[in-house]
Write a protein that binds this ligand. Structure first.
Ligand SMILES: [Zn+2]
Length: 188
């Protein structure tokens, strides 16, 4: 991870220090076991053949069980351009809508995310979907061919629904939300 971080961010370290962003994902599969084995396989990517393989700090299963896979002091490779400062949360499922429609999974996800906001002082506007990665003010990528790379999981529209629910939960526990989002134009 230190070698990846050096190549893509110019940071010669695998340590996640003072994270500013939380990225929500879904696994595009229907079970925790398949998500776990994908991460455990630790397969290099097909383009640069780099390790570590893809990973996430947490997986939220359909029944609301939260699994932590990686310590919050370690960078994880889940979002091109943001891994140096982002905590990754995967959800077992094949669409944003499926997770938004599952009350147990959604409640667990929101509680985990609001706790992370509180723990690290992460602002609501920096809780994003993977598909919003290119418009994050924290996005940076030294390897030019990947500068515009993102994924389809968690669209802006669905994240607006997610963030509204998150804001309501944060207010209930007096967790600071921070200022409103400012528009960022992707450098693509
Ligand atoms: Zn993703």
């Amino acid at each position: 991870m230190a070698a990846y971080s050096k190549r893509h961010y110019g940071i010669d370290s695998w340590r996640l220090v003072d994270p500013h962003v939380i990225v929500e994902h879904y696994t595009a599969g229907e079970s925790f076991a398949s998500a776990y084995s994908t991460f455990a396989a630790d397969v290099p990517d097909s383009e640069l053949h780099e390790l570590p393989g893809v990973c996430a700090h947490f997986i939220v299963d359909k029944d609301g069980t939260i699994y932590q896979l990686v310590p919050l002091t370690t960078m994880c490779r889940h979002t091109v351009g943001l891994n140096y400062t982002a905590i990754g949360i995967e959800h077992v499922g094949t669409s944003d809508a499926e997770i938004l429609a599952n009350p147990r999974q959604l409640a667990a996800s929101l509680r985990l995310t609001v706790w992370l906001m509180h723990r690290f002082g992460i602002q609501l506007r920096n809780v994003i979907g993977h598909n919003e990665s290119l418009t994050s003010p924290y996005h940076r990528e030294l390897y030019a061919p990947w500068r515009c790379q993102t994924h389809g999981d968690w669209s802006h529209a669905d994240m607006e629904v997610y963030r509204a629910k998150l804001a309501a939960l944060a207010r209930r526990y007096a967790v600071a939300l921070g200022p409103p989002a400012r528009p960022v134009t992707p450098r693509c």
